[in-house]
Design a protein around this ligand. Structure first.
Ligand code: M6R
Length: 618
């Protein structure tokens, strides 16, 4: 941030809000006029360690500052590897997200010139290099120019990076640059901010600016200059952040995960809001792909990772059924490497909560290079994936802070369903009343999700507590219940560290049933008995099969399902709804189950070990 009487305070609160992105160490640096060297502090561990160190050894007042929380990719988490890193003369401090791939070569060259290194990080290499370039500029021109030094340095780096730097010789500016890594600008009154996402500064301003690929920024007071790496000015896109800082606070909930699960209903209703014209037809204003292009699509490929990919798998059943367009769903990191068949008539749909998942970003770049259109379903304004897509459909789930994705999942399904029905509308595949029936069913879902949150929490909590020492869980589902099983297993493993795998129930006899033994816990997503009977009967037979082999069964089933009640040991009930809508309610007890299991084990449910909220490296 820049310049202000409170750079340290702003940095620390920004780090607090961004801590979910990575949290094995943290550091801050500040400069002010008259300083000879940057003042900084950095500590391994949670942000509280840094705060305690700052209490013991307070930093002097600063005019500008930078702060960083680190998730180690290069060098173990330790005080010395924490950011910021300093130039050789200590006049410049630098923080970095990403991985600098040519760091070893640059380090070798710098060492040959007499530079010495104290850490194992690629960031220190960038800091030393920036210091060298900055001093060369001073030698050439007689005055410091940190902005130009950062641009020149950025051009010498390969890999992925967001860099921010301050210099004691220019104590009123902060400079930044980005290549394949996020950075947004916030503009306040007399001050401005740079952050990996808007959460860093939304407490101070809602006015934000995107920074494009291979661009650099200098902020001074509320004056913002953005250029490309060659110094040519660019006109960046401004936007207003549509949520308040309080949305990213716990607000009395014991954890963000608990809060965000309870926001599932609102995440769906907000995502549907404002997307219909006066005739009730779907209007997706932000979709900048022409109706003619949408009519010409002959294939959809969904690319995503983790939970977002399971939302894509759910959507496939509905979109193929409604639109009669083949839909493939592919993990973004696999998609890139298999030479997928893409044409201008392929619509690639990238689903991402953060909008920064590097694997997904790379997949959409690949798709666009092949001439396909890319549509992003994303929850984060100003992030890289929507910025690099042809069109975007924002989910309006509000900021998701807990590492385990919950409300974003239901919002992604709602958005993908809207897209599917919109395609059916513009392609004339469904009659208006058929679309309305589906939309009404979708609009009814927030209340049904709320029903689960109001009715079944106690059973779920007690079951989780009872099963806390179970070693492994299997999750089974058929049709749309299959991706829900995958998601239930992912939630449980990531927050409770319990081995869990999801399977298509029909696959049971092809292998997984060999795992079933006395007391093996099996969670089964049971389809509605009112729907396609064959589906319900088949899943109930699966429950019987595993029960016969001694499994402990938990069913997620529709209220009134007598067979589920008869065969399962425990039932998590959910209200009646059409089968295609059922993932929106079926997943909710599984989110709660994972959370309660993690709590029973004493885990930090918001920050599970080894995981970060945004995976911005490949
Ligand atoms: O931000 P994204 O939706 O692109 O993230 C994708 C995955 O990394 C994410 O869903 C991850 O699997 C979550 N931790 C799941 O809870």
């Amino acid at each position: 941030m820049n310049p202000s009487n409170r750079p340290l305070e702003v940095c620390l609160q920004g780090l607090q809000r961004l801590e979910y992105r990575g949290y094995d160490s943290a550091g801050v640096a500040i400069v002010s006029p008259g300083m000879d060297q940057v003042a900084y502090e950095k500590k391994a561990g949670r942000l509280n360690n840094l705060k305690a160190a700052l209490k013991r050894h307070p930093l002097p007042e600063g005019t500008v500052g930078i702060g960083h929380t680190r998730w180690a990719t290069n060098g173990e988490p330790s005080d010395v590897n924490a950011h910021p890193h300093m130039s050789q003369d200590g006049k410049i401090a630098l923080i970095h997200n990403g991985i600098i791939e040519n760091a070893n070569k640059l380090k070798f060259d710098l060492e040959t010139e007499g530079y010495s290194f104290v850490s194992d990080t690629d960031t220190e290499v960038a800091a030393k290099l920036l210091g060298k370039v900055a001093n060369q500029i001073i030698a050439q021109t007689g005055k410091p120019d940190l902005f130009e030094a950062l641009r020149r340095t950025s051009k010498m780096l390969t890999g992925t990076f967001t860099l921010l730097a301050i210099d004691v010789r220019q104590p009123s500016i902060v400079v930044g640059s980005r290549h394949d890594s996020p950075l947004v600008i916030g503009v306040g009154k007399g001050e401005s901010f740079l952050g990996s996402d808007v959460a860093a500064f939304v407490a101070y301003t809602h006015q934000a600016i995107e920074i494009g690929q291979d661009e650099a920024v200098e902020i001074e007071g509320d004056h913002v200059t953005v250029t490309d790496f060659d110094g040519h000015p660019v006109t960046p896109r401004h936007f207003t952040v549509d949520w308040d800082a309080s949305a990213a606070e716990k607000g009395g909930w014991p954890s963000f995960m608990d809060k965000e699960i309870h926001e599932d209903p609102e995440a769906v209703s907000q995502t549907l809001m404002g997307r219909f014209d006066l005739d009730g037809r779907i209007k997706l204003d932000e979709l900048h792909i022409s109706v003619d292009e949408l009519r010409s699509i002959d294939k959809i490929i969904v690319v995503a990772c983790g939970t977002a990919s399971y939302a894509g798998l759910v959507a496939r059943y509905a979109v193929e059924h409604w639109c009669r367009i083949p839909v493939e769903v592919e993990l973004a990191h696999e998609f890139r490497y298999r030479d997928p068949i893409l044409t201008p008539r392929t619509l690639v749909v990238a689903i991402s909560q953060s909008g920064e998942t590097m694997d997904t970003l790379m997949a959409i770049r690949h798709a666009r290079e092949q001439g396909s259109k890319v549509l992003a379903i994303c929850n984060t304004q100003g992030s890289s994936i929507p910025r690099e897509s042809d069109a975007v459909l924002y989910t309006h789930a509000g900021p998701e802070v807990a590492v385990a994705s919950t409300k974003a999942f239901v919002a992604q399904i709602a958005a993908a369903y809207l897209l599917g029905l919109y395609l059916a509308q513009v392609r004339g595949i469904m009659f208006k009343d058929e679309i309305e029936t589906q939309l009404n069913a979708l609009r009814a879902m927030p209340k049904k999700i709320q029903w689960v949150l109001d009715h079944d929490v106690d059973t779920i909590k007690k079951t989780a507590q009872k099963m806390v020492s179970s070693k492994a869980f299997l999750f089974l589902g058929r049709y749309v219940g299959y991706p829900v099983a995958l998601e239930g297993a992912l939630k449980l493993k990531e927050v409770s560290y319990t081995f869990s795998e999801g399977f298509a129930a029909g696959e049971l006899k092809h292998g997984p049933i060999a795992l079933v033994d006395e007391g093996t816990p099996i969670v089964v997503i049971v389809p509605s008995p009112r729907g396609r009977n064959v589906l319900h009967n088949k899943v109930i037979s699966n429950v019987e099969e595993v029960k016969a082999r001694g499994a402990d069964t938990i069913a997620v089933a529709e209220v009134g399902d007598r067979k589920a009640a008869e065969y399962a040991d425990v039932v998590f009930w959910r209200p009646e709804c059409p089968t295609l809508m059922s993932p929106l309610v079926d997943v909710v007890p599984l989110q709660l189950f994972a959370m309660y299991m993690a709590m029973a084990k004493g885990n930090d449910v918001d920050k599970p070990r080894n995981l970060a909220k945004s995976v911005t490296v490949e």
